[in-house]
Design a protein around this ligand. Structure first.
Ligand code: SF4
Ligand code: SF4
Length: 134
């Protein structure tokens, strides 16, 4: 989807292309069609195209608002205790493989709780620490 949009008043005059200071607009004539092209990576959103368009055809508001593009979607790992999202499964795999041990799925709050419990167990002479720490 393009954020540079024109309405039905565009007549293909190319005034916008000729007056774009960033070379972000171009046109391709092929067979019996002219296609107006826009390159978002080059566009400075300066509004010059919108100012010079004799047809008032550029719907510049879309270029200003933009939107969030979904780049990638990964499965989430949730806290075993409260179900809060913590990391992605791939991130957990990465950390586990670097540490050489499996990470427990615990959010910071519950991880802290377990560490406190382990500390208390150690202080009280128990040996639970190794068993409960992630
Ligand atoms: S200046 Fe306006 S009418 Fe001309 S090609 Fe560009 S958008 Fe279309
Ligand atoms: S907003 Fe400016 S940089 Fe972007 S296409 Fe229009 S004239 Fe070119």
């Amino acid at each position: 989807m393009s954020y540079f949009r024109v309405n039905e008043r565009c007549n293909g005059c190319l005034a916008c292309v000729e007056n774009c200071p960033a070379d972000a607009l171009s046109a391709r004539d092929a067979q019996d069609q002219r296609t107006l092209l826009h390159n978002m990576a080059r566009c400075a959103r300066c509004g010059n195209c919108w100012r010079v368009c004799p047809q008032d055809a550029i719907e510049f508001q879309h270029l200003l608002v933009g939107d969030w593009d979904a780049v990638t979607t990964l499965p989430l790992v949730r806290c075993e205790v409260c179900n809060a999202p913590i990391d992605t499964d791939r991130y957990t795999e990465t950390v586990s493989s670097r540490l050489g041990r499996k990470m427990k799925a615990l959010c910071p709050r519950h991880r802290e709780g377990i560490e406190d419990f382990a500390r208390a167990a150690v202080l009280s002479g128990g040996k639970e620490k190794r068993e409960v720490l992630p």
